[in-house]
Design a protein around this ligand. Structure first.
Ligand SMILES: [Zn+2]
Length: 477
């Protein structure tokens, strides 16, 4: 009997990996084995150790991967799967493949750096410490990617086919409609991946890429994310808040330092800054986008301008690519990055990593945290235990490069930038369904968020909702 098994993103928000096995009750290869997403476990060590475990079915017996989008918690384990012997195709939309070609090699590079660090410090029980995969291995797996257009039906076997529909989460992001046929009957399963913001009002200001998952779904089984199953984002326009923070900082002679993930979040922020500058709502100070990955991501974004919101498209039609905007500087090399340190006048620095766990943002904060004229502005989620979360929580100091740096700069956070639908938006989307799924499984959520969402959907919509457990098998008979 066919079954579905949750290999990740169960009880946590990372490591998304769901196995569909069309005809297998036990050992041995029969039928078709397909992974929906192949993500990296991130965060606490108890999760990360799972990156080193084998899949329950040997990698060389898995026939295909269907990838929803290019975030590492959904695609970051692909190079490891390939290293373990996977030889099938990896299906994704074209923008997702382009973004993966930047994100996966960067992830390989970070894995190598981490292994090098542990070997120097002798801080791993493994001698020598090895990377999960290397930059080269990440580049090598890109040849297995096959692009599939939104809405195009792709048949994997006589009984299994799929289609990508819009998830509205990040550039190229999709949900997977999977069709399983047996005895002349087709059954539909929907895997949401991450679900983007559902515009509850007519416009969603500040977005670069169109938002909103496709409506009118009718799957028999729904596998759905629950990241913000217990939270509602502020729904007001972020621009007045942002303009106020930047203007006040410049007025007191300080600079704004913005930790931001290099892909999507940085682009979104740059578009907002440009709009605010052109409309005269913030002063024209130099803007530095200090991340080599951010430049490549801008180039990819410009290739898919047809996915932009009307607002973002108008901005690009008028002013061209962000790479050529006057006063906007991109720092591809280390030397360019160091020059930013010499800036003694107010400026805006956008750099990664978004949670201040590493990367060039560390140098900028080391230099500017102690000056009360400066402003640190968070525009993304800060996971517990990260430096970002420590700074955001109002701590008096933070450790950077073995130095305890006093935090005298102003600290603010704008929560409107999230790329995940909140509870209200998820319910709004579920209400567009043409019929109730027989079962809904919640994945990709911390236990509290998942159980809160389970309760909300059951009580408000009367649906049968279950929380997925790690390695749990669900018969699809
Ligand atoms: Zn995502």
């Amino acid at each position: 009997m066919a079954y579905l098994q949750f290999l990740g993103a169960a009880g946590t928000v990372t490591g998304s990996k769901h196995l569909i096995n069309t005809r297998n009750d036990g050992g041995g290869k029969q039928g078709l084995q397909v992974l929906i997403d192949c993500g990296l476990f991130q965060g606490q060590k108890e999760w990360r150790v799972r990156n080193w475990e084998d899949t329950p079915i040997p990698a060389h017996e898995i026939d295909a991967v269907i990838l929803t989008h290019a975030h590492l918690d959904h695609c970051g384990w692909i190079p490891r799967l390939v290293k373990e012997g996977f030889k099938g195709r990896i299906y994704a939309t074209e923008p997702t493949i382009d973004l993966c070609s930047v994100i996966l090699p960067d992830s390989g590079h970070l894995q190598e750096e981490e292994a090098r660090f542990h070997n120097q410090k002798q801080s791993s029980k493994h001698k020598p410490a090895l990377p999960l995969y290397t930059l080269q291995e990440a580049e090598d797996c890109l040849g297995l990617f096959t692009s599939v257009q939104f809405g195009q039906a792709t048949r994997l076997s006589p009984e299994l086919s799929f289609r990508f529909v819009h998830a509205g989460h990040i550039l190229g992001s999709s949900m997977v409609e999977l069709y399983l046929e047996s005895a002349g009957k087709a059954r539909k399963f929907l895997f949401t991946g991450d679900i983007g913001r559902v515009p509850l009002q007519a416009s969603a200001p500040g977005r670069v890429v169109r938002s909103g998952p496709d409506a009118d779904e009718d799957p028999e089984v729904l596998v759905m994310e629950s990241t913000y199953g217990n939270r509602v984002h502020p729904h007001d326009d972020v621009r007045p808040h942002l303009a106020e923070i930047i203007s006040a900082t410049v007025q007191r002679g300080g600079s704004v330092v913005v930790p931001a993930f290099a892909v999507e979040r940085t682009q979104k922020f740059l578009f907002l800054l440009k709009e605010l500058m052109e409309s005269g709502r913030i002063p024209r100070v130099p803007v530095f986008a200090d991340s080599p990955m951010a430049i490549k991501a801008v180039e990819i974004f410009m290739k898919y301008a047809d996915e932009f919101t009307d607002e973002a498209r108008r901005l690009v039609e008028k002013y061209g690519s962000p790479l050529n905007w006057e006063g906007f500087h991109f720092a591809p090399k280390q030397e360019d990055s160091k020059k930013i340190n010499e800036m003694r006048y107010p400026c805006i620095i956008v750099s990664s990593s978004g949670m201040v766990t590493g990367g060039r943002i560390l140098h900028h904060l080391l230099l500017r945290l102690a000056d009360p004229r400066n402003q640190v502005l968070f525009i993304g989620f800060q996971a517990p235990g990260t430096r970002g979360q420590i700074i955001k929580s109002g701590a008096k100091s933070v450790r950077i490069f073995s130095e305890e740096v006093p935090i005298r700069a102003q600290v603010a956070a704008l929560e409107q930038f999230s790329d995940h639908a909140d509870t209200e938006e998820l319910l709004f989307w579920l209400r567009t369904f043409k019929r109730k799924p027989a079962t809904t499984f919640l994945v990709h959520g911390e236990p509290e968020a998942a159980s809160q969402l389970q309760e909300t959907i059951s009580s408000k919509l009367g649906w049968n909702v279950k929380i997925a457990h790690w390695l749990e098998k669900v018969p699809l008979g």
